[in-house]
Ligand binder design. Structure first.
Ligand code: ARG
Ligand code: ZN
Length: 482
């Protein structure tokens, strides 16, 4: 069992050796020069000339997201041909201006834009790196609702993350594995690509007959005509752009409704089906068990996409329907489903706080093991604490990864889960479970910060936890006391 928690596999992604740290720095510089950005929310970043900021001001991904508006809904029309790898998109975004806007940006990387309309009228646009800069014919008033139509196409290119992994629209031998954390959404649709701006989504995806296109939420229709199949999916609850998927392949599909009434849709590459079956069979039990611990399941659909994507190296908690690059084990399914509460329903405000996603999902694995005949979470903690001070587990403080290249490393996952175990022993099981549930309910469909979580922990327990959080979240090196 220890092997399942080994340092590399604890951080779900399998790492690539070549790291491209320089990229993050270059992007950071670009953001400062092109947008004159300061950190802070987009609303404050309003430039006097009515330009929406080019980014949300996230220190790790300065150009992710944009300023001056918030999105309400994305309606994505996509057509993909696996043989030519060509994607064509027609997209409609409804949004609201949070400042007067003479121009505003969407994030889009690669692809060719054919036309942009704002409120039905042709708008001027330019491409500047990952920014699609749009100038509406008439400035938008602060508070005004507006609609943007973007028509685009081309062969999507995945984005290389600061940690060297591919992200976004990743071609496979029978379609595409579509996963966007943290930046890749912009490789297949124009987005306000930061978890601060969540929206509902609908997808209409057309593929050659014989292929299946799987997105988030509920399948509302599927029709085959003239050798093509169109799938319509609806994600009614708010979703961060990085959690959207439109994964395409030759899949076996399994559909059922759990005893507790959640519709499940699983799409499985036949090459992975036999290995995936045992873990997939546990989905209803995992949903029930996690709902018991974290509070009611936040979404109206569930399931899994198990692809055969040997070059990807990670799974992703795509909203409602996690995406696996190969047959997952039960721990991985427990992890990705736990993200539906921690990461998907309660989203990050800043990527620096990524432990709020990964530490919590990892802790869910430890708790699952404890309650299903395995070792206790404390025993798991102890096994990790035994690691020498030079171990990469202690390379940086959990809540301060330092840069985007580190956000999927073991101090975020494992030390993040260790921090929760420390919290549990400090406040006791009852208060600990109340904290988890209150966190999930209080920030449901919204966003949270580490400071809000630590404040909630103190409020629920009535204890001063400064020392614990200071040591476990913010202090470099191996803590002196377990
Ligand atoms: N959030 C994913 C998980 O469940 C990991 C995503 C890794 N992505 C990446 N680009 N390296 O752990
Ligand atoms: Zn995770």
């Amino acid at each position: 069992m220890l092997a399942a928690h080994a340092e590399v596999s604890a951080a779900r992604p399998r790492r690539k050796s070549a790291r491209t740290r320089i990229l993050g720095t270059a992007v950071a510089l670009l953001a400062v020069t092109s947008a004159g950005l300061t950190t802070g929310s987009s609303a404050e970043a309003a430039a006097p000339d009515g330009r929406g900021a080019a980014g949300q001001g996230d220190p790790y991904f300065p150009l992710s997201g944009n300023g001056g508006y918030t999105t309400g809904h994305y309606d994505l029309g996509l057509a993909y041909d696996p043989a030519t790898q060509r994607l064509d998109g027609t997209e409609t975004i409804t949004a609201r201006a949070t400042q007067q806007l003479t121009r505003f940006d969407l994030d889009l990387s690669g692809l060719t834009v054919r036309s942009v309309r704002v409120n039905g009228r042709t708008a001027r646009w330019t491409r500047e790196g990952q920014e699609l800069v749009i100038t509406p014919g008439k400035p938008l008033r602060k508070g005004q609702s507006f609609r943007v139509d973007v028509s685009y196409g081309g062969i999507p290119q995945d984005v290389t993350d600061p940690d060297g992994s591919p992200d976004g629209w990743i071609q496979t031998d029978d379609g595409a594995f579509v996963a966007g954390e943290p930046q890749g959404a912009m490789s297949w649709f124009a987005a306000d690509n930061h978890p601060l701006d969540k929206a509902s989504y609908s997808f209409t995806i057309t593929v050659p007959a014989g292929y299946t296109a799987v997105a988030n939420g509920v399948l509302t229709s599927q029709r085959t005509k003239g050798g093509k199949t169109t799938f319509r999916w609806c994600q009614a609850q708010p979703m961060a752009a990085y959690l959207a998927t439109a994964t395409i392949g030759k899949f076996d599909v399994q559909r059922y409704t759990t005893a507790s009434g959640i519709p499940v849709y699983n799409a499985v590459d036949p090459r992975e089906a036999a290995d995936a079956a045992p873990a997939l069979a546990r989905i209803p039990a995992i949903l029930d068990w996690e709902s018991g611990i974290f509070g009611s399941y936040p979404f109206s659909a569930a399931g899994a996409i198990v692809d055969h994507a040997p070059d990807v190296g990670y799974a992703l908690e795509t909203q409602t329907r996690p995406l696996y690059d190969s047959a997952p084990d039960v721990d991985t399914v427990v992890h990705e489903i736990a993200h539906q509460w921690f990461g998907d329903s309660v989203s990050l405000t800043s990527w620096q706080d990524i432990w709020l996603n990964e530490g919590f999902a990892t802790y869910a694995e430890w708790l699952w093991e404890e309650q299903h005949g395995g070792r206790s979470a404390q025993a798991t903690f102890d096994a990790y604490y035994a690691r020498p001070a030079a171990s990469s587990l202690w390379a940086f403080p959990t809540a301060d990864p330092g840069e985007g290249a580190n956000i999927f490393d073991s101090p975020v996952y494992t030390r993040g889960a260790m921090t929760l175990q420390k919290l549990r022993t400090a406040v006791g099981d009852t208060d600990f479970l109340t904290i988890l549930k209150t966190w999930a309910r209080g920030h449901r469909y919204g966003n949270g910060t580490t400071a809000q979580f630590t404040a909630l922990s103190e409020k629920v327990s009535g204890k001063n936890l400064d020392g614990l959080f200071h040591t476990w979240l913010y202090t470099a090196g191996k803590p002196a006391q377990p």
